[in-house]
Write a protein of this length. Structure first.
Length: 331
C-alpha cells in the first residue's frame, strides 16, 4: 500500500449497522466494518478476486457496492488519510488519521465487525461545522466512501479555526436535499428497535388498506405481522410478513423459512432494509409470487408516497415533516 503522495485523502467510515461503534473509536484506536462472512481479505489483490471470495463465502454477497466498499477499506485507504466517523446521537463527527494497514481482527469490536484499521484519534467536530455541500456528501448511506471535498474545512477545524463556508450565498437545491434526506430516513429505519419495526411495517400496510396484527415480542414462528384484506381476516389472501431492519442481506434460508410457514391461500411478504442475496431473489417461490421481497429503497418509496396515511403509532416511530425547497434556476 503506497503512501498518499500529495494531499491526504478523506474517507467516511460509518460506525456499525446501528452507529454503535462511533463513540468507541477513540477508546479502541480503530475503525471497523462488517462483512464478517468473507474472513481475512489481506491477500486479495483485485476487486474481482474480492468479489469471488465474497460469493464463495455467501452467495449474493458480492454485489458491486459491497465489493467496492470493502476493497476501499482494506486496500485504498492510505496511512495518514483522514477518517471521519459520524455519530448520529450527538451529531458530531469523530476525526482520525489512518495509522496502519488493514487486518482481520474480531477481538477489537467483536465478531460482527472483524475488518479493522488502526487510527490516531484527533478530535470530534460538530457536523454543522461543515458547509452544506460537504454535509450533503457526508449524508451518503454507504459504509465506506471518499469525501475529499471536506479536506480544506477539516484542516481548518483541526487547527482550531472556524472554516470559511465555501458556499456562502448559495442555496442547496431540491435534488441535493432530497438525496441527503433519503439517506437519513434509511438510517433512521435501521435504528428502530426490531419489534417497533414490526409495528411500523404493520402501519405501512394499514396505510395501503390492510388490516394487520403484530406478533408478540420473542419467538414468532417466522411471522412478525399478519395482514388481511378485511377486518375479520376471512378474505384471501392472508399475508404473512417477516421484517428485518439491518444493513446485511437476507438470504435464501431467511426467505425460505417464511415460505415454509405459508398455508393454503396465504402469501408471504419479506421486508428487509438491507436487501436480499441473489439466491433469495431467484428462489422459485419468489419467482412465482408466493413470497414478495421488499428492500429498503422500495420501502422508502412506499413510505414517502403514503406517509400522510400512516397511523400515528407508525409516524411516532419515524417522524418526518414536509419541506419546500427551491428547484434549480431555469428548471
Amino acid at each position: 500500500m503506497e503512501e498518499s503522495s500529495i494531499l491526504p485523502g478523506v474517507w467516511v467510515v460509518r460506525g456499525g449497522n446501528n452507529n454503535e461503534l462511533a463513540s468507541k473509536v477513540k477508546a479502541k484506536g480503530h475503525v471497523a466494518i462488517g462483512w464478517s462472512t468473507v474472513g481475512d481479505v489481506s491477500a486479495v489483490e483485485s476487486r474481482e478476486a474480492l468479489r469471488k471470495a465474497m460469493e464463495e463465502a455467501e452467495s449474493g454477497s458480492g454485489r458491486p457496492d459491497a465489493v467496492g466498499q470493502l476493497y476501499r477499506f482494506a486496500k485504498e485507504i492510505n496511512n495518514g488519510d483522514y477518517i471521519l466517523t459520524p455519530e448520529k446521537v450527538t451529531s458530531v463527527i469523530h476525526v482520525s488519521r489512518c495509522a496502519g494497514s488493514y487486518r482481520h481482527d474480531p477481538t477489537v469490536f467483536g465478531e460482527n465487525y472483524p475488518q479493522v484499521r488502526p487510527v490516531e484519534y484527533l478530535k470530534s467536530v460538530p457536523r454543522g461545522s461543515f458547509p452544506q455541500n460537504v454535509r450533503n456528501t457526508l449524508g451518503s448511506i454507504l459504509t465506506v466512501f471518499r469525501a475529499d471535498v471536506a479536506l480544506p474545512y477539516l484542516e481548518e477545524l483541526l487547527k482550531g479555526q472556524k472554516p470559511k463556508s465555501g458556499d456562502e450565498g448559495t442555496v442547496p437545491w431540491a435534488d441535493e436535499i432530497e438525496g441527503e434526506a433519503r439517506g437519513q430516513i434509511l438510517e433512521a429505519l435501521d435504528s428502530i428497535e426490531h419489534h417497533n419495526f414490526q409495528v411500523f411495517v404493520a402501519g405501512v400496510l394499514q396505510a395501503l388498506g390492510y388490516e394487520t396484527r403484530v406478533g408478540k415480542k420473542g419467538k414468532d414462528g417466522g411471522v412478525d405481522v399478519l395482514a388481511y384484506p378485511d377486518v375479520f381476516g376471512l378474505a384471501s389472501p392472508r399475508i404473512k410478513v417477516q421484517t428485518k431492519n439491518q444493513k446485511s442481506l437476507a438470504g435464501i434460508q431467511d426467505v425460505g423459512y417464511l415460505n415454509g410457514v405459508l398455508g393454503s391461500g396465504e402469501r408471504g411478504l419479506f421486508v428487509c432494509t438491507g436487501g436480499f442475496s441473489r439466491d433469495a431473489e431467484n428462489a422459485p417461490f419468489v419467482s412465482n409470487g408466493s413470497v414478495v421481497l421488499v428492500d429498503g429503497l422500495q420501502l422508502l418509496d412506499i413510505i414517502l408516497e403514503h406517509y400522510e396515511e400512516l397511523p400515528e403509532s407508525a409516524k411516532a416511530l419515524l417522524p418526518l415533516r414536509r419541506l419546500y425547497v427551491p428547484e434549480k434556476a431555469g428548471m
